[in-house]
Design a binder for this molecule. Structure first.
Ligand code: MF3
Ligand code: CO
Length: 255
C-alpha cells in the first residue's frame, strides 16, 4: 500500500528535507584532500542532532549477518556505489565521493545524496557526476499524476545510456514518509512491471546510481558496502520529491 500524504505531512517532510539539504552543503564545504569520511560523518551528525532531528541511517538493520548501520551518512568513494561506511579513509585529490544522508524530524523522513569531486577530478569523472545529476532531472520530468513509475525509470535509463554510462540494477529508489523505505520501488531502468500510477500526495526518493563501466556490482564482506564489479567509478544523486497537482516538488532542497 502506497501512503498518500496530506499537505501538512508534505510540509513536515520538507522541513526534514531542508535539514538534509543543509547537511549536504556542509559536506560540500568540508570535502577536500586530507579529510576522512569519519570527520564528514561527525559534521553531519552534529548538525542533524542540533536541529532536533534523528539521522535515519544510524542503527538501520541491514542484511542478516550485517551489523546495524553504524553511522549517520553513507560515504562511498570512487568505485564504491552506495553504503560506504565512514571511517579512517583519507580523501585525496582526484577522488569522487557520494554522500547519502537521511533524517527523521517529527516522525517524517527525508533522504538525499550527491556525488562531489575532491579537489581536481578528471573530466570523465566530472562528466559521470553531471550525467548522474541530470538523469535525476530527466526522470522527474515524468513524475506527474497519471504517469507510472516506469516512465521515470525509463527516462533515467535512456539518458544515462545515451551518455555511455550504465545504471545499477540491484538497488532502487523507494517511497518514503513515516518510514525511510516504503513502497513503491523505483528502479532506474526498465522492468517488466510498469509500476503503479503516480497520484497526488505520493512522496518518493528517486536515486539514480550510475556506473562508468558495467552496471554489475559486488557486495563487500561487511554486507553493506557496494562496489562496482569492474573497479570503475560510480556516482549517486538522490532527492525526496512529492507528487502534486502542480507537478513534482523537490523536498530535499534549501528553503
Ligand atoms: N539512501 C539510501 C537508501 O535509500 C540509504 C540507506 S543507508 C542505510 O536506501 F544505512 F540506512 F541503510
Ligand atoms: Co534512498
Amino acid at each position: 500500500m502506497i501512503s498518500i500524504k496530506s499537505r501538512t505531512e508534505i510540509d513536515q517532510m520538507r522541513k526534514a528535507g531542508e535539514i538534509v539539504a543543509v547537511a549536504l552543503e556542509k559536506m560540500r564545504e568540508a570535502i577536500k584532500p586530507g579529510v576522512t569520511t569519519l570527520e564528514l560523518d561527525r559534521i553531519a551528525e552534529e548538525y542533524i542532532t542540533k536541529c532536533g532531528a534523528i539521522p535515519s541511517f544510524k542503527g538501520y538493520k541491514g542484511l542478516p549477518g550485517a551489523i546495524d548501520y553504524p553511522a549517520s551518512i553513507c560515504a562511498s568513494v570512487n568505485n564504491e556505489v552506495v553504503h560506504g561506511i565512514p571511517g579512517l579513509k583519507v580523501l585525496k585529490d582526484g577522488d569522487i565521493i557520494s554522500i547519502d544522508i537521511g533524517v527523521c524530524l517529527n516522525g517524517y523522513h527525508a533522504d538525499a545524496a550527491r556525488t562531489f569531486p575532491v579537489g581536481n577530478v578528471s573530466s570523465e569523472a566530472q562528466r559521470l557526476i553531471d550525467v548522474t545529476r541530470q538523469s535525476f532531472y530527466e526522470g522527474i520530468k515524468h513524475a506527474v499524476i497519471g504517469n507510472r513509475i516506469i516512465d521515470i525509470s525509463s527516462a533515467i535509463q535512456d539518458y544515462v545510456e545515451k551518455n555511455g554510462f550504465s545504471v545499477v540494477r540491484d538497488y532502487v529508489g523507494h517511497g518514503i514518509g513515516t518510514k525511510m523505505h516504503e513502497p513503491p520501488q523505483i528502479p532506474n531502468y526498465r522492468t517488466r512491471e510498469k509500476g503503479p500510477r503516480l497520484q497526488s500526495g505520493m512522496t518518493l526518493a528517486v536515486e539514480p546510481m550510475v556506473n562508468q563501466g558495467t552496471y554489475r556490482i559486488v557486495l563487500l564482506d561487511n554486507y553493506w558496502t557496494v562496489v562496482t564489479a569492474d573497479g570503475k567509478l560510480s556516482a549517486h544523486y538522490e532527492n525526496t520529491i512529492a507528487i502534486t497537482d502542480d507537478g513534482p516538488v523537490i523536498l530535499t532542497k534549501l528553503l
